[in-house]
Design a protein around this ligand. Structure first.
Ligand SMILES: Nc1ncnc2c1ncn2[C@@H]1O[C@H](COP(=O)(O)OP(=O)(O)OP(=O)(O)O)[C@@H](O)[C@H]1O
Ligand SMILES: [Mg+2]
Length: 357
């Protein structure tokens, strides 16, 4: 069968809306139905201002084009829809003439821009993050030098000062300078592209060393741990130092959210949910490590912000723990998942590729 204008119109991905001189809708293709959520049987023959009650700009444009011949090209607007939220669209209008050359209406070609827009937003976000990272790294360098000068001077002062009360103040200066230095080092770590030193690792040993570190750091305050280790778990392919940092961050968060005595449950297993490919390698079996606490939980509105650098709900928090952990796990070709119920606890699951295929 020969191709008809009708077929072409129906198969365009753009919505086509045509109005006659009386500004009634006379063309409404399939994409127009899909984009607006309106059925053409309800639309055809009706005044365009009725059909697009909530899209005043589109009505104005079609009216101006039909009556004055004014044209619009790729005009960016939002289209309200019947069953879902508005979408960004691009509108192009043309005046329509009959065979005798008299104007007989107008047509609008509408492009759905939601895909492009979300892509643009994601790219922009990434560029901005990269820029902030660079900026933060150079700022951090600038801060470190005067800071170490200040700390050194405070140390010198502390040796000369005999008055004990005043000695306390120099102590405060030094401690706070050290804390600031720590934050800056973490920030630099975060901004710097890291080099992983990966080898087969027994992840149970890594977690055990973290548990030990917690005990050593503060024997009295250390939480209880319940270990559900899968003894048949193969080695993961990872950087020991970096993964230790990840689990330390996660276990510390679990502890900080918990009330005393509530144990933190550490569970390891092989997951069959999905396979992940280590960077540049073939797909490997996936190990999961679950850190479950029965602490305060995370409010739903905070959940997606926990990975944002400097997001913290703690008076003394830096808000870098989760952001750094996510970065390290991603560099390993793994995933991080959080489930949380406010008031009853949080489970963070780390997925890592193993050495087994
Ligand atoms: N297990 C958890 N239970 C409850 N809230 C959590 C948990 N893990 C993370 N959060 C929330 O996410 C926020 C960010 O965590 P993140 O580890 O990045 O920073 P932080 O713990 O506040 O500071 P720090 O840089 O010292 O780790 C926390 O302030 C807390 O609100
Ligand atoms: Mg933390």
């Amino acid at each position: 069968m020969p191709l008809s204008y009708e077929d072409i119109l129906e198969n365009l991905t753009e919505a086509v809306i045509g109005v006659d001189n009386g500004l009634n809708v006379v063309v409404f293709n399939q994409s127009a139905e899909k984009m607006t959520g309106l059925s053409r049987t309800l639309v055809l023959g009706r005044p365009v201002s009725d059909v697009f009650k909530h899209d005043g700009r589109l009505v104005e444009m079609l009216t101006e084009t039909a009556t004055d011949g004014r044209l619009w090209a790729e005009y960016e607007e939002r289209l309200s829809r019947r069953f879902s939220g508005p979408i960004p669209i691009g509108i192009t209008t043309s005046q329509v003439f009959d065979v005798l050359g008299s104007p007989c209406g107008a047509v609008a070609l509408i492009k759905d821009l939601s895909g492009i827009k979300s892509l643009e937003a994601a790219t922009l976000r990434k560029e901005r993050l990269a820029y902030i990272g660079e900026f933060a790294a150079s700022l951090a360098h600038e801060i470190k030098n005067p800071l170490s000068g200040m700390r050194g001077a405070a140390q010198l002062l502390s040796r000369r000062i005999k008055d004990e009360k005043l000695g306390e103040y120099t102590g405060v200066i030094m401690r706070e300078a050290d804390r600031l230095n720590g934050i800056i080092n973490e920030m630099l770590d975060f901004a710097r592209p890291s080099h992983l030193n990966r080898r087969p690792l027994n992840i149970h040993r890594v977690i055990d060393s973290v548990v030990l570190l917690m005990r050593e750091a503060d024997a009295k305050e250390a939480p209880a741990f319940v270990k559900n280790y899968d003894p048949s778990l193969p080695d993961v392919y990872g950087d020991e130092g970096q993964l230790t940092q990840v689990f330390l961050n996660l276990v510390k968060n679990a502890k900080e959210a918990s009330i005393a005595c509530a144990p933190i449950v550490l569970t390891t297993r092989i997951t069959t949910d999905f396979q992940i490919a280590p960077k540049g390698g073939t797909s490997a079996r996936t190990a999961s490590v679950e850190i479950r606490d029965s602490g305060s939980g995370i409010r739903p509105e905070d959940l997606e912000r926990v990975f944002t650098p400097f997001f913290t709900t703690k008076a003394k928090g830096t808000g870098l723990g989760m952001a750094i952990s996510l970065k390290i796990i991603k560099e390993h070709g793994g995933h991080l998942k959080i489930d949380s119920t406010p008031g009853s606890g949080t489970t963070v699951t780390v997925y890592l590729p193993t050495t087994e295929v």
